[in-house]
Write a protein that binds this ligand. Structure first.
Ligand SMILES: C[S@@+](CC[C@H](N)C(=O)[O-])C[C@H]1O[C@@H](n2cnc3c(N)ncnc32)[C@H](O)[C@@H]1O
Length: 222
């Protein structure tokens, strides 16, 4: 019964549900201080190199990657963490409140190479002009979105990424059992591979016992 209700909840998910829910949290009182402090702690803890992300390790292997695109940048700690590891950081986030927090927590005087863009990734990505190998990053963004949006985002990344580009997605995956409920989507390895033809994919990261899924997918465009 629980399983049926869970899978039915998928059908009521709208395109903007993740944005709306997160935006309401970003607009709440005290959010700036909380996310600024949590973000600074993540940077101190080198959270971008935890097993679900391994961004620092990936960049050390791909030294020709000079641009980072942070898809669904939230309140900015991932973009701030990769600032200095690449020449240019492009942060994409639909919540104006989250971008406001990001800009205040990581001001341009200290983080001159980040540009913050307000909008949905599926709309903004096609407008970017990338000139060389790029790292695409998502931190728990695609797992909240419906297949429709994720397919669009992956298709644009796939077509726009110059050869030698990589991605680091801290997103859910499972061996062969998909799991969909409202704002939580676990897709199979085969599903992810189908979105990225011509890319070499690696699945790893953290295993979550409850629900039997992992977080951490990496790709290289061959
Ligand atoms: C769980 S938060 C993660 C934020 C950040 N990546 C982090 O790790 O702290 C998910 C973010 O995805 C954003 N989002 C929702 N729909 C999106 C879309 N279509 N394109 C880009 N970002 C989106 C939300 O506004 C939210 O900030």
């Amino acid at each position: 019964m629980k399983k049926i209700l869970r899978s039915l909840s998928t059908f009521i998910q709208g395109q903007k549900d993740s944005f709306k829910r997160h935006n309401a949290q970003y607009e709440a009182p005290g959010k700036f201080e909380r996310d600024r402090d949590a973000g600074y702690q993540n940077i101190k803890d080198d959270r971008i190199n935890w097993p679900d992300f391994k961004i620092r390790d990936l960049l050390a292997q791909h030294t020709n990657v000079k641009t980072a695109v942070d898809i669904g940048s939230g309140t900015g700690w991932v973009s701030a963490s990769v600032h200095g590891l690449v020449d240019t950081v492009i942060a994409l986030e639909p919540s104006a409140a989250a971008i406001d927090i990001s800009k205040r927590a990581y001001p341009s005087e200290t983080y001159p190479h980040i540009t913050w863009h307000e909008g949905f990734a599926e709309d903004l990505l096609p407008t970017l002009r990338l000139t060389g190998p790029t790292i695409f990053i998502t931190g728990c963004v695609l797992s909240h979105l419906r297949d429709k949006e994720v397919e669009k985002i992956c298709a644009v990344v796939n077509s726009m990424a110059p050869v030698g580009s990589v991605f680091a997605f801290s997103e859910c995956w499972s061996e062969d059992t998909p799991w969909h409920q409202h704002m939580w989507h676990v897709r199979t390895k085969a599903w992810w591979q189908a979105q990225f033809p011509g890319w070499s994919l690696e699945f790893g990261g953290t295993k979550h016992e409850q629900g039997d899924y992992h977080m951490g997918i990496w790709g290289t465009k061959l």
